[in-house]
Design a protein around this ligand. Structure first.
Ligand SMILES: [Zn+2]
Length: 456
């Protein structure tokens, strides 16, 4: 494949170099970035490269999402019957646990495709999913993996093991995670080695997992060499449950059950206290902040700055909201200021780092057990993955690497994304989907969602 030289734009590299290169360009060779620099110089060095025009806009790394639920796609516009839920346990019981129980195998592909298209449209190039479909467990991750493979995006999958539906479903969940992780080293090995597909061992949350189940999962995960992906202290009820049943807080319980570690993701951590933060830091466990979801469920606000200061790697996810990670960044920036009454809370740099550098660490942690020579994401630099987006953003005020976070928070949004590339392949070019049939996907999803809503 000929090299591609993407030029006529301003390159925002992020990463260690953190440069803003006007009249810049990047050269893509196969799945990686070969060079980043001044366009005239790169044109001289790579005279045979095919030119791709950024039309004077921005060339920047693709957005990353480290906690989502593809099946949430079908909740858009869904009215919950009965009284509106008053708290988080009621939201789970009245909405999510009814929705996921109604999912049939055909819904899984459709909801995954819907969110994958949504991701490409919004310039999100890598997603970490957390899946549940208690009445369609076996093979569910293969179905989603099939949609991921067609889309060309990078995704890490997991099945949420939970005790909430009885012993047969616990078994099925454990089997599904372990079978799929093995499949990444067999049937799916090409995608996995290329860093396009990965898996974590999924667990729902402490309050739906017995000590016996956790013990089995811990043994399975350690044998298979993967980390866990689990909701942690999303609501105060998770902490209350753990204290009442086990006399310890959630993170202490998970530490004792060998669930924490550098490849594990503790999503949310809204209600963790300082001892738990220290345990997350000392075990190098990752956490993921999901501001839109937390506000929507009224569960509270994770102590993000305290966790980062204590050395916890904390990324940014969307927990099933739209794949527009720019929205998630804007909400992260705003919610902490409102909550603390201090405009210095949650600086733009911090939000940018969570969305790119810290998210990239999580991506590397979960993909590297499967990928041979995993290419860095979240930055444009020689050797990094060719995962990038082009934006029709023509800054109305001076733009440089120092003030880029504030352009991203106050100026740039989804409408500016015109092209998305993953692993050197255009998935969207000039707003046209290259691989996925968006109209068919939307039509199919609407049809299936109607049936699903009736079953709920
Ligand atoms: Zn979640």
């Amino acid at each position: 494949m000929a090299d591609i030289l993407i030029g006529n734009g301003t390159v925002i590299t992020l990463g260690k170099a953190n440069q803003c290169i006007e009249k810049g360009a990047i050269v893509v060779r196969d799945r990686r970035i070969e060079a980043v620099g001044i366009e005239s110089e790169l044109r001289a060095q790579y005279p045979t490269a095919r030119f791709a025009d950024a039309r004077g806009g921005l060339i920047m790394p693709g957005f990353l999402c480290t906690h989502t639920h593809f099946y949430g796609a079908f909740a858009r516009g869904l009215a919950i019957p009965g009284e509106p839920p008053r708290n988080f346990p009621q939201i789970l019981q009245q909405l999510w646990w009814r929705l996921d129980k109604a999912l049939m195998p055909e819904d899984l592909a459709a909801s995954a495709e819907l969110f994958l298209v949504d991701a490409i449209r919004h310039g999100t190039t890598c997603v970490i999913d957390h899946h549940a479909s208690p009445n369609a467990v076996a093979g569910s991750l293969d179905i989603i993996a099939g949609a991921v493979a067609t889309s060309g995006l990078r995704a890490c999958l997991a099945y949420e093991v939970s005790d909430r539906d009885g012993p047969a479903i616990i078994e099925a969940g454990i089997r599904e995670n372990e079978r799929f992780i093995r499949a990444l080293r067999n049937e799916f090995s090409t995608l996995a080695q290329e860093g396009l597909l990965a898996a974590s061992y999924g667990l729902h949350a402490s309050f739906t997992l017995s000590p016996e189940t956790l013990e089995r999962c811990a043994a399975g995960g350690s044998e298979l060499g993967v980390g866990f992906h689990i909701h942690v202290a999303e609501d105060v009820s998770d902490e209350e449950d753990s204290l009442a049943k086990y006399g310890k807080r959630v993170v202490e319980r998970l530490l004792g059950e060998h669930i924490l570690g550098p490849r594990s993701i503790a999503a949310h951590c809204v209600h963790v206290q300082s001892g738990e933060i220290a345990a997350l830091a000392s075990t190098q466990t990752n956490s993921v902040h999901n501001p839109r979801s937390n506000m929507n469920n009224a569960v509270g606000r994770a102590p993000v700055e305290e966790m980062l200061a204590a050395g916890v790697n904390m990324g940014l996810g969307n927990d099933g909201f739209s794949m527009n990670m720019m929205q998630e960044m804007k909400n992260a920036y705003l919610m902490h200021k409102l909550a603390t009454g201090d405009p210095r809370s949650m600086s733009g740099e911090l939000v940018l780092n969570m969305a790119f550098a810290y998210n990239a660490r999580i991506v590397e942690a979960v993909f590297s057990p499967f990928a041979t020579d995993f290419a860095r994401v979240g930055e444009l630099s020689a050797g990094a993955a060719a995962d990038l987006v082009l934006l029709d953003y023509y800054p109305p005020t001076p733009l440089n690497s120092g003030n880029f976070p504030w352009h991203l928070i106050f100026g740039i949004d989804a409408q500016h994304v015109n092209s998305t590339m993953v692993a050197g392949r255009w998935l969207m070019r000039d707003r046209q989907m290259q691989e996925m049939d968006e109209e068919r996907i939307h039509a199919r999803a609407r049809e299936l969602a109607e049936g699903l809503w009736k079953r709920i």
